[in-house]
Design a protein around this ligand. Structure first.
Ligand code: ATP
Length: 598
């Protein structure tokens, strides 16, 4: 992500804090009430030194009369103290819960928004970002935002009230004394701003490190079988260890700066407290101040000192959060794919007949602009026609599929669907009319029923059952004790390759697409499984246009036409018999190699 934005935003701008507060807008009523409760509670808190001062004066007959002329006895003051404490306790309960309620709700909403944005982003985006990084944004960056909304902002408000109230109270006793105190603030603030900026940059870097190491966890746990098969546990542990180390280094450097900041500010605060106390003690010596007044004085000074020193923490926490929030905002600003309808359950508004026409398409992946993948690729399929696409590895077969699904747009040339430029059709019409049976069937950790229904969320039980029967899944599903409720995936049963394939075919049948994309599995299956899959496929293919990345002779032979893709262009096209007749053709060579019997 561009560094200029980071530079532009390095300061602590009120607008950005406003941006954080904007997250709580839907709950502004409750937030305002919480603020009011907090302010009132703090005002009661500020009465504490006042009352304690009176308590001391009630005990020690003083030289000078108290300025307000009020001389209560010890018990009255003690009762008042207990009363203010009780009020404070009730108000604190109310505002603490309210701030947490608002903050957690705001972050939950932000989480949903961020996920909705993420999942709607175009494939290009996922080519440029790693999954672990994105999940880390969703968890740790948002956790920081949450802490700030529920903890730091209320704390900042509490300390502001304390600071203002304390300064006013001291000012009421001795303006000169308060001037002494307040004069130290600008220096403290300047240092806080200066160090705080650094904290923000470093903690943004730390959050990035954290995201990087999360990527390692994500990727290795996803591919745990590979890690183990290569006995690479130590290697991965070391790689992760290095990532954590990098994070640690960055976060500690941020912690050092924060520690320095806090230490400096505490030094400043206690310096001014000593100043105030010294001055106050002299006033008392001169008989201008009672014991109680000095006590009150000291307590207010401590309140003010505590408030200013916690500002340093608040400030650096805000800087950390704003660093994390920048990343969140950057993600939220990404432009999602323009799906016409947002509801996944809505049936495609427009049913296509299934004419597919790649017209002179050239394409490079946005992440690798130097490598032309398709170069003047042309392929036309009439509605209902079955086309086998074969070719050596890396020829661009999967890329053709990606373009057909409009994961990417051609650089030049066009993809026409039913004679219309696919660009002019809403994305949900294009994808809603297609189904893919991939090589690696992805099953979710849910029931078999849910996995089939993924082809058309909201499908009826009867439709799901019919699709399963036509895809020859019903036999094996019925053998499980829990039938369609059997869980698959990590904590459920493990299905064989052939069973997964048939489940994917059932899914596609349920979707009932005009165009079917079939990426045949390369691994060979036993002949019974193979026969079942072929039968299921025959049902699925009937009456639809199909683009098949074929690896089996049986499939290729059934197709109306075979296209050989080499280096991004079609080099041969024809039926099996026609292509076998060409003595030096690529198809013939591939067929003899790959499709050799056995
Ligand atoms: P195979 O049969 O091995 O799956 P294929 O014919 O499907 O190969 P493609 O996956 O379409 O080939 O890849 C064609 C070229 O595009 C390859 O050089 C590959 O490195 C490149 N490529 C594929 N996907 C991407 C991507 N997401 N970003 C950048 N380059 C890619």
């Amino acid at each position: 992500m561009p560094d200029e934005t980071a530079k532009a935003r390095r300061g602590l701008h009120l607008g950005e804090i406003g941006g954080l507060l904007a997250y709580v807008r839907p709950w502004r009523g409750r937030f305002a009430l919480a603020l009011a409760a907090l302010t009132v509670s703090m005002i009661f808190g500020l009465m504490f030194p006042l009352l304690v001062g009176h308590l001391v004066d009630a005990a020690v007959p003083s030289v000078a009369p108290p300025p307000d002329g009020w001389k209560p006895d010890i018990n009255t003051v003690a009762l008042l103290l207990v009363g203010t404490l009780a009020i404070q306790a009730v108000l604190t309960f109310f505002y603490s819960y309210a701030f947490n309620f608002v903050g957690e709700n705001a972050v939950a909403r932000l989480r949903r928004r961020l996920y909705e944005t993420l999942i709607g982003l175009p494939m290009k985006f996922f080519g440029e970002h790693r999954v672990g990084e994105l999940t880390s944004r969703l968890s740790s960056d948002l956790a920081l935002v949450c802490d700030t909304l529920t903890g730091t902002i209320p704390q900042a408000l509490r300390q502001t009230v304390m600071l203002l109230g304390g300064v006013i109270a001291i000012m009421a006793t001795s303006p000169r004394l308060s001037l002494v105190m307040v004069s130290t603030f600008p220096v403290l603030l300047l240092v806080a701003v200066f160090v705080g900026r650094k904290v923000r940059r470093v903690s943004r870097a730390a959050q990035d490190r954290l995201a990087e190491s999360a990527t390692i966890v994500e990727e290795t746990l996803q591919g745990i079988a590979n890690v183990k098969a290569f006995a690479n546990e130590t290697y991965e542990a070391r790689r992760y260890g290095a990532g954590v180390e990098a994070y640690l280094e960055t976060i500690l450097s941020s912690a050092r700066r924060r520690a320095g900041l806090v230490a400096f500010i505490i030094l400043g605060i206690f310096g001014s407290i000593i100043l105030v106390l010294w001055y106050g003690a002299r006033l008392m010596q001169a008989g201008q101040l009672t014991h109680g007044q000095l006590t009150r004085f000291t307590l207010y000074t401590l309140f003010v000192g505590g408030a200013v020193s916690s500002f340093a923490e608040v400030f650096s926490q805000l800087q950390r959060t704003l660093g994390a929030n920048e990343r969140v905002l950057e993600l939220l600003a990404e432009k999602p794919e323009p799906l016409a309808t947002t509801s996944a359950e809505a049936a495609p508004a427009q049913r296509l007949r299934g004419a597919v026409d790649f017209a002179d398409v050239s394409f490079r992946y946005p992440s690798r602009p130097d490598l032309p993948v398709l170069r003047g690729f042309s392929l036309r399929a009439a509605p209902g026609e079955k086309i086998a696409l074969i070719g050596p590895s890396g020829a661009g077969k999967s890329t053709v599929v990606a373009l057909l699904l409009r994961f990417y747009e051609p650089d030049t040339g066009a993809l026409l669907l039913d004679g219309k430029n696919a660009r002019d059709l809403p994305l949900d019409v294009v994808r809603g009319n297609m189904a893919i049976v991939p090589q690696e069937v992805m099953l979710f950790g849910g029931s078999i029923r849910e996995n089939i229904a993924y082809g058309r969320p909201g499908a009826s039980e009867a439709d799901i059952r019919a699709a399963a029967e036509r895809a020859h899944c019903h036999e094996f599903i019925a053998r499980f004790p829990e039938g369609y409720d059997t869980l698959v995936g990590e904590r459920g049963v493990k299905l064989s390759g052939g069973q997964r394939q048939r489940l994917a075919i059932a899914r596609a049948l349920l979707r009932d697409p005009a165009v079917l994309i079939l990426d045949e599995a390369t691994s060979s299956l036993d002949s019974e499984s193979e026969a079942l899959i072929q039968a299921a496929l025959a049902t699925l293919l009937a009456g639809r246009t199909a683009l098949i990345i074929a690896h089996r002779l049986a499939t290729v032979r059934q197709c109306d036409r075979i296209c050989v893709l080499e280096n991004g262009v079609i080099t041969e096209t024809g039926t099996h018999a026609e292509l076998m007749a060409a003595p030096s053709g690529t198809y013939r060579r591939l067929a003899e190699l790959q499709f050799a019997p056995g």
